[in-house]
Structures are given as C-alpha cells and as structure tokens.
Design a protein around this ligand. Structure first.
Ligand code: IMP
Length: 180
C-alpha cells in the first residue's frame, strides 16, 4: 500500500481492511448473541459522517430485526478535538422508549460519546449501548462504559474507513496514520 496525501499532510498505511473486518465480526457476534431474543427491535444509531462505513459493515452482519437511525455530530477541527460536541443534524427518528445502539467510528477522549449517551437518555431512550470500532485507551477519560469495542489503537491521528482529516480521507477502505 502507498502513502496518501490529504491537504498538507502525508499518511501511511496502518490498519488493513481485513483486520478491520475481523474486529467488526467480533462486535457483530456479541450483538447477535445479546439481541437474539429481543422482543422490541433496537435502533442502530449511525453517528455521521465518520461511522458510515462501520455502520454499513456492521449492519450486514446483524441477524436480528433492527431500525437504522442517524444523526450528525462534530467535535473535531483539523487533527485536534475542539472539546465541544456540536449537533449538526438532529436525530432522524424519536428514541423515546427504545433501545439505542450507538455506532461510532472511534472513541478518543470519550467526550463525544458521553455527551451523546446523555442526550439520548434525556430524550427518553430506555437503554443506550455504545459500540465503537476503535478506541484510543491512552486518552480516554470519560467515565462512560463502552459496551462493544472492536479494537484498541495508540494515540495517533488516523484517517480512512470513514474517518477524515478536514473532510478528506473517508473513502479509503484501509486506515492510515499521520506520517510525522
Ligand atoms: P472524542 O470526543 O475525543 O472521543 O472524539 C471522538 C470523535 O473525534 C470521533 O467521533 C471522530 O469523529 C473524531 N476523531 C477522534 N480521533 C480521530 C482520528 O484519529 N481521526 C479522525 N477523527 C478522529
């Protein structure tokens, strides 16, 4: 695999698509076990834009009835978290009384996921589960429990498989890391 140039920065190959697929298989197996007897179909919440590829890959492995919903959040500007979570586009369906499975691409400090879980509980969700493809454990500082984690990675800035650097890089199926 080649290096890629996005805006002013170079990124080198870091996690292959086949390794990501294994991580997603693992999450899907756990969800299928946990929801096989669910009577009320849960909502799978795709956190746009970053989680779009992960949600699609995960969904096709899930064998229980579910609803797909989405919302758009933003907290990153450039390669640093701004600390503030902005709701750019609201929830596409009500969550009141529902079990919501949040699908996130990556959990960094945990600020985004903690704020989102709180927001869903305020809106009356009955049960909120957190599912993330990637976690940076070295910088995670929220006290929120992460129910399903695909893979842990070091604290580095990555792109690809839905993740962006100022909106570029989402389309690559492998993950790349900033080449410093
Ligand atoms: P947190 O609130 O610090 O946990 O940041 C989570 C959000 O920041 C994720 O939803 C991503 O959109 C974004 N993010 C965190 N780390 C990276 C990265 O390495 N590359 C691209 N986006 C990232």
């Amino acid at each position: 695999m080649e290096k890629i140039l996005l805006h002013d920065k170079t990124f080198r190959p870091f996690i292959s698509y086949s390794r990501l697929e294994q991580a997603i298989d693992g999450i899907a197996a756990k969800l299928n076990e946990d929801f096989k007897d669910a009577t009320d179909p849960p909502q799978l919440l795709c956190v746009l834009n970053g989680a779009v590829m992960f949600t699609a890959e995960l969904m096709k492995r899930l064998s229980f009835p579910l609803e797909l919903i989405s919302l758009k959040l933003s907290s990153y500007q450039g390669t640093k978290s701004s600390g503030k979570v902005l709701e750019v586009m609201g929830l596409t369906a009500p969550v009141e009384g529902k079990t919501v499975i949040i699908c996130e691409d990556i959990v960094d400090t945990g600020g985004t996921i903690a704020a989102l879980k709180h927001m869903l509980q305020e809106k009356g969700a009955k049960d909120v589960r957190i599912c993330t493809m990637l976690l940076k454990p070295d910088v995670f500082k929220a006290r929120t429990h992460l129910d399903y984690v695909g893979m842990e990675i070091p604290n580095a800035f990555i792109v690809g498989f839905g993740l962006d650097y100022d909106e570029l890089g989402r389309n690559y199926k492998d993950i790349y890391v900033l080449d410093e």
